[in-house]
Design a protein around this ligand. Structure first.
Ligand SMILES: [Mn+2]
Length: 286
């Protein structure tokens, strides 16, 4: 039995199938976990969802920002609907697919194997139990009646929040600890969008820093800070979302977004052997 955590697939269905073949993946025996962003950009969003759904309990996937965008498109408040997501909305099985996406968890934490899977990152000031609580709370909101309204507000704040959150921190540290850092809007942004932040999880103000291109950034990548709490040090953190890093391969840190949709690699982390696997992919963007 092997557990493979797969990086951002982004609608590259052929890449996904090639990887599963190369791994000799067998549903029922092996397990496939995804770091999110299985949809959008590439042409095969529908097929990627269907393939992963068809694996039933052999597959688990965490929520990525592009899955949230898909829900925003379905719920009518996305600014624009990309063609590659339109295919999901127009599909006869869209209802089942959207329900599946809406129910995705924000975190997978296997305590026994000490593996944690998140799409973007964890703010440095969260302990692992706190991260679990935040993720559960978001999941509950998303599947409740309040889900669409919550996401609409989260999208709104996500556009303004970096500045807002930063000013809250610098003006009043205590208030930030009590309020800002505990807000579900902050949590959803962190788990699905975080790249660089301050030591208390302050989010970078400048959007152009998000891809890590700026070297004079005052903030560090979220994973460079020590994490409080027991067992936090010797846990394997597996994440995606940051293609500009072109993968991270450290003892306890596995960044899996290696740009498979733009002709890079699709990367999988094998939990039991602590090894990475790569599949080269064709550029499938238009
Ligand atoms: Mn992403």
């Amino acid at each position: 039995m092997s557990t493979y955590v797969v990086g951002d697939i982004h609608g590259n269905h052929e890449g996904l199938l090639n990887l599963l073949t190369a791994l000799e993946f067998r549903p029922g025996r092996d397990r496939l976990w995804c770091v999110g962003d299985i949809v959008n950009r590439g042409p095969g969003s529908v097929e990627c969802i269907q393939t992963i759904m068809s694996l039933g309990s052999s597959a688990r996937c965490v929520m990525g920002n592009h899955e949230l965008l898909l829900l925003a498109c379905a719920w009518g408040f996305a600014e624009t609907v990309p063609d590659s997501l339109e295919t999901v909305l127009d599909h006869p099985d869209s209802k089942a697919m959207l329900t599946w996406v809406r129910h995705l968890p924000f975190l997978i934490h296997d305590r026994r194997r000490r593996v944690l899977v998140v799409h973007a990152g964890l703010p440095p000031h969260w302990t692992l139990p706190q991260a679990g609580k935040q993720a559960k709370r978001l999941h509950k909101i998303m599947i409740s009646r309040k889900g669409p309204e919550f996401l609409r507000e989260a999208f709104e704040r996500s556009h303004n929040a970096p500045e807002l959150l930063h000013s809250e921190v610098s003006s009043n540290e205590e208030a930030w600890r009590l309020r800002g850092a505990n807000s579900p809007y902050y949590a959803v942004h962190a788990l699905t969008m975080l790249r660089r932040c301050g030591p208390m999880g302050e989010i970078s103000m400048h959007r152009d820093e998000y891809d890590g291109a700026r070297s004079d950034d005052v903030f560090e990548p979220w994973f460079e800070y020590p994490r409080p709490g027991p067992r936090a040090e010797k846990t394997h953190y597996v994440f995606g979302h940051w293609a500009a890093l072109d993968g991270v391969d450290r003892q306890y840190l596995h960044g899996l977004d290696t740009g498979c949709v733009r002709g890079g690699l699709l990367t999988a982390y094998e939990v039991e052997t602590d090894r990475l696997h790569h599949m080269s992919c064709d550029d499938v963007t238009e």
